[in-house]
Design a protein around this ligand. Structure first.
Ligand code: ADP
Length: 252
């Protein structure tokens, strides 16, 4: 973004231009630094909750655990759940950092990749997930990263909707468009932009109960952006949500 410059023998106009560039640089760095600071503070905060729950159960066990099988059972279970949560948080934090770039790219049959991913969910949740496709559509992408995106979107749709979940793939111009549609809770208009931010959750308690971290959509968005695509949502409260992924079609 920035060029290296020499300061000697410069006209007034050039010096003025340099001053502007320099100030832009400072603003940019400051903003990035502040964002990093917020991120570190949010991440620490998210990790603090499971740690304090684990600590209080450990203390409870030490004080009253002896000859109290019910308390032992309850505490071990809670400690296990919170440890799983911390593990997921750490894995997702690493995923955020790792997916800023596209890893090894190849020609991928996206219709087939979706069919496989949907199959995994349909079997795990014992739910039918209709998939609308006409022909095989291809993109240039990293297989694991794309799988992760559709895993996140389908998992969310199933999590936030007891109703039907549909998936479709289509070709629009030079793009491949995938839609994950649910008829569940929906997302208020004012929150639709924010759900792609790290740690942002519309309903914190509900997200926590379903094992959510608020990082899924941020990871999905990072991956799709790195692939030169876009991820967006349209949603109506109480009626459901449609998440759309647009990726450039494979160019022979
Ligand atoms: P989480 O781990 O909480 O699911 P995400 O980043 O995947 O985190 O999603 C952020 C928030 O966006 C969720 O907590 C939820 O409030 C909202 N959300 C995501 N997908 C849906 C959906 N299909 N229907 C309703 N709300 C959703």
């Amino acid at each position: 973004k920035w060029k290296k410059i020499k300061v000697k023998n410069r006209s007034k106009d050039e010096l003025h231009e340099m001053e502007e560039t320099f100030n832009d640089m400072i603003d940019y760095l400051k903003e990035n630094y502040e964002m990093q600071e917020i991120f570190v503070s949010d991440a620490s905060h998210e990790l603090k909750t499971p740690i304090s729950i684990i600590k209080s159960y450990a203390q409870l066990l030490a004080r009253r655990g002896k000859d109290n099988p019910e308390l032992i059972h309850e505490s071990v279970e809670a400690i296990g759940t919170e440890a799983d949560r911390m593990q997921k948080l750490v894995e997702q934090l690493l995923a955020l950092a790792k997916n800023k770039e596209v890893l090894h790219q190849e020609k991928i049959n996206l219709s087939e990749l979706l069919e496989d991913t949907i199959g995994v969910f349909a079997r795990a949740y014992h739910r039918e997930i209709p998939f609308q496709r006409e022909k095989a559509l291809f993109v240039n992408a990293n297989r694991d990263q794309l799988k992760q995106v559709f895993y996140i979107l389908i998992d969310n749709a199933l999590k936030y909707s007891e109703e039907q979940v549909d998936v479709s793939i289509d070709e629009i111009g030079n793009n491949v468009v995938v839609q994950v549609i649910d008829y569940g809770t929906g997302i208020p208009n004012s929150e639709q932009e924010r759900i792609f931010e790290r740690f942002y959750r519309v309903d914190k308690a509900r997200s926590r109960n379903t094992g959510g971290t608020g990082l899924g959509l941020a990871i999905a968005n990072t991956i799709i952006t790195a692939h030169g695509g876009t991820l967006s949502v349209t949603s109506k409260l109480g009626e459901g949500s449609t998440f759309s992924v647009i990726l450039p079609a494979f160019d022979e």
